[in-house]
Design a protein around this ligand. Structure first.
Ligand code: CO
Ligand code: CO
Length: 368
């Protein structure tokens, strides 16, 4: 499977006139090689060539893992001493003649650390930004990948079903977040979650990126969860907002507006439309209700191995979306000091429409 991805990558590199793409541990390297390493103080650098087998510099202790991987890679390993490390970089340079090559990197991936090591081994070496080379392959998910993402959504929803009955007034957001994390693992998520869950109650729900705090749940609160599981490396990212007892009528009203905006987003998601079209569809509903200023983020983002990746569902995103693309639809309204509502689903574009991978009820629900 991964060798097919390498062939696609090589075609992409040739088309863009790049000789090499350099990656360090992260999701793009995993996507191409099936290998995941923790990014740490020992450098691991992989050179993907437009014409030849990939070559990787790596610590000796990782060599057997790389050898067992699904892709044929030429390995140059180094031991714990610095001289051995520099020899490995020199050897890679001797084989690849780096200063003469057009080399792409992912600027959000490569660290200054690896850049210095490469420059020390190959004076004059230079790089061009090539974020979208692997991105252009990763953006279309095949059936197997969509299956992993559907499973990641199911795990997250099962975890929420198990968490809801545990909710009590007086519990802190942190206590509730801890419960949700336990349930995510129990339901089958990989231990490295898609991201650490947000649990925001009362006025905190009006802060779109609130971290769980010591605030205690109170009657009259909105309670917002933004959580996700990871399965076979793939993420889910779901938000639901609940009411604790009787809530302010204003909050009850914005709930329905956000629910309608979410639905409009789903309806707008058809192959061939752009991210901007879906963004406009949700925003129009919220603006018509008079809350345009209270919806101050984009409608969604791509989802896959990364919890945020291309395509973005936002103003200015004019590229047509195609079958196999996966992204979130997550409109929200946030009233400062009072509370906020967001309803977020994970969606895959199909050949004739779109399918929501997350299916947990979006109806208004009072849980205490
Ligand atoms: Co989210
Ligand atoms: Co999201």
């Amino acid at each position: 499977m991964n060798n097919a991805r390498i062939s696609k990558l090589q075609a992409e590199l040739q088309q863009r006139n790049l000789d090499l793409l350099i990656l360090i541990p992260g999701n793009s390297l995993y996507y191409l090689s099936g290998l995941s390493f923790h990014l740490m103080e020992r450098p691991t650098v992989c050179f993907f060539s437009a014409t030849e087998q990939p070559l990787m510099i790596l610590p000796e202790l990782e060599q057997s893992k790389a050898e067992a991987g699904p892709v044929d890679i030429t390995l140059i390993s180094y031991t714990e001493d610095m001289e051995s490390r520099m020899r490995a970089f020199s050897e890679a340079n001797t084989r690849l003649n780096l200063s003469e090559k057009r080399i792409g990197i992912e600027p959000m991936n490569l660290r200054t650390f690896e850049e210095w090591l490469l420059q020390a081994a190959a004076p004059g070496v230079s790089f061009v930004a090539a974020d979208d080379v692997v991105g252009s392959l990763r953006i279309i998910k095949d059936t197997r990948e969509v299956g992993y993402m559907r499973k990641a959504a199911q795990i997250a929803e099962e975890a929420m079903r198990q968490t809801l009955p545990q909710i009590r007034l007086g519990m802190t957001e942190k206590e509730l977040a801890a419960e949700l994390v336990v349930q995510l693992l129990r339901a089958g998520s990989e231990p490295e979650l898609a991201f650490s869950p947000a649990v925001a109650s009362g006025p905190n729900s009006a802060l779109p990126h609130a971290a769980p705090s010591e605030r205690k749940l109170q009657a009259g609160d909105l309670l917002l969860f933004d959580w996700g599981a990871r399965f076979m490396g793939y993420c889910s990212d779901i938000t639901r907002t609940f009411a604790l007892g009787d809530i302010d009528p204003k909050l009850r009203k914005i709930y329905d507006v956000v629910k309608n905006a979410n639905q409009a987003g789903h309806q707008a998601a058809r192959p061939g439309v752009s991210g901007e079209v879906i963004d406009t569809a949700t925003r129009k509903i919220i603006e018509a209700a008079g809350y345009g200023k209270e919806f101050f983020h984009r409608t969604g983002h791509g989802l896959g191995l990364d919890a945020h990746e291309t395509p973005y569902i936002a103003a200015g995103e004019s590229c047509p979306l195609a079958a196999g693309m996966t992204f979130t639809i997550e409109p929200g309204i946030y009233i400062h000091g009072l509370g906020g509502v967001r309803i977020e689903d994970d969606v895959v574009m199909t050949t004739d429409g779109s399918e929501s991978l997350s299916t947990l009820s979006r109806e208004f629900k009072v849980i205490l």
